[in-house]
Design a protein around this ligand. Structure first.
Ligand code: COA
Length: 380
């Protein structure tokens, strides 16, 4: 049988510009990243997660008053409705936190006052609610699965400090709060990555924000995307000591295994987010008396650069930074979602502002002109 068409579609849509966007851009060759025209380094050095989330959603940095109102909106949204609390409570302690988060977000629409309203202002309110609620969802499940009482969000704290507090019950040090805040800024958006594209495809059917974010969480969970950060830490735990790193990596590469935390579809230079995370991981690792994780990573990083020409991506050093902060491995990807929800929502709003259904074609490579035959004539 002949194929219907020649194969011309780039695999994995590599290099394809699927839509216009004014939110975020990755300059792959230079290793540069901008949110709304601001360099990520500028934002990482000076901004906060709350301000960055506002920037992504609204297009400009907020005035003092706008930030105050936006932050108050996030705070007002942090507490979970009983319906959502119950769904999280019903999840078995063994559940994957990403699965719980996806389900909780999906359920949050039941009780959202703006459900079924896709007008811009209603969507902005829903976005604020989701950005406020996701950290509480993750922390609630984490406390419950450990037999602990979930903690109510604490009013005076930043988004970063509040999340760490709701997980551990302790107010974080300034250093930990700052590092976590920068990590949230760095993860907030990344152009048309897989989960954001998934969100836009869902939104383009005129489905709602909650549906788009639910789908995006499912996409983020995979080990080729956000799931890579936990995989990095599993690898470091297996390697255990810097002197074992080289042999471990050589063996993995010889077996044609991918090393999590390396490579990227777009970057051909260092991911600018990795540089910030590298610095913070080293600093926090030293402070925690766990400098060996960073030492292992430096060996792996040099080796991957030399042998494969690959750079560390955002998931490589975030893994060890979260680890030395005492965060459990299976929360690394939910933390990614806690930040990226701001970008997903900005993209849904942008999609709905000038929508057209996203419906590409497939290149058919299957068989043609076949005829149905009864089962008895289909062979053994
Ligand atoms: N370890 C080892 N080799 C890698 C690699 C990695 N992490 N990432 C890419 N490569 C190699 C591939 O084996 C391939 O080599 P080949 O041409 O000799 O077969 C080449 O680099 C291209 O890789 P490919 O998988 O086609 O690139 P992609 O653009 O489809 O994939 C990723 C991009 C991110 C999915 C891929 O780099 C990867 O799987 N990385 C590990 C997971 C990860 O960290 N994900 C988070 C991304 S932010």
């Amino acid at each position: 049988m002949s194929n219907a068409t020649e194969h011309t579609a780039p695999r994995g849509l590599e290099g394809v510009a699927a839509n216009e966007s004014a939110i975020c851009y990755v300059f792959g060759e230079e290793g540069r990243l901008i949110y709304r025209g601001y360099d990520i380094n500028d934002l990482a050095d000076h901004s906060t997660f709350e301000e960055t989330a506002y920037l992504l959603l609204h297009g400009d940095l907020p005035t003092k008053q706008q930030l105050k109102e936006f932050t108050a909106g996030l705070k007002a949204a942090q507490k979970l409705d009983k319906v959502v609390q119950r769904i999280i409570k019903d999840a078995p302690a063994s559940a994957n936190p990403m699965d719980v988060l996806r389900t909780a977000v999906s359920a949050a629409v039941f009780v959202d006052p703006d459900r079924a309203d896709n007008a811009l202002e209603a969507e902005r309110r829903k976005a604020i609610r989701l950005i406020g609620q996701l950290p509480t969802m993750v922390a609630t499940f984490h406390r419950l699965r450990n037999g602990l009482k979930p903690l109510a969000p604490r009013r005076g704290l930043s988004a970063a400090a509040n999340f760490l507090y709701m997980i551990s019950g302790e107010t974080p040090s300034d250093e930990a709060e700052h590092a976590f805040d920068v990590a949230l800024i760095l993860h907030a958006d990344h152009e048309l990555n897989a989960s954001t594209f998934a969100a836009r495809v869902i939104a383009a059917t005129l489905a709602d924000v909650h549906g788009a974010v639910t789908g995006a969480i499912a996409a983020l969970a995979g080990p080729l995307h956000g799931g890579a950060n936990a995989e990095v830490m599993k690898m470091l735990l297996e390697i255990q000591a810097p002197e074992r790193a080289e042999g471990w990596v050589h063996q993995a590469l010889a077996a044609k295994r991918k090393i999590s935390g390396f490579g990227h579809r777009v970057y051909r230079a260092e991911d600018p987010r990795a540089a910030h995370l590298r610095r913070m991981s080293e600093l926090l690792g030293q402070k925690a008396g766990q400098a060996h994780w960073f030492a292992i990573q430096r060996v792996i990083e040099d080796l991957m650069r030399k042998e494969k020409g690959l750079y560390a991506n955002v998931d490589f050093y975030s893994a060890s930074m979260y680890y030395v902060m005492g965060l459990p491995l299976d929360l690394y990807t939910p933390i990614f979602a806690v930040s990226r929800v701001s970008g997903w929502c900005a993209h849904v709003l942008e999609q709905h502002a000038d929508n057209r259904l996203i419906r590409p074609r497939a290149e058919y490579v299957g068989q043609m002109d076949r005829r149905w035959v009864p089962p008895r004539k289909r062979g053994a």
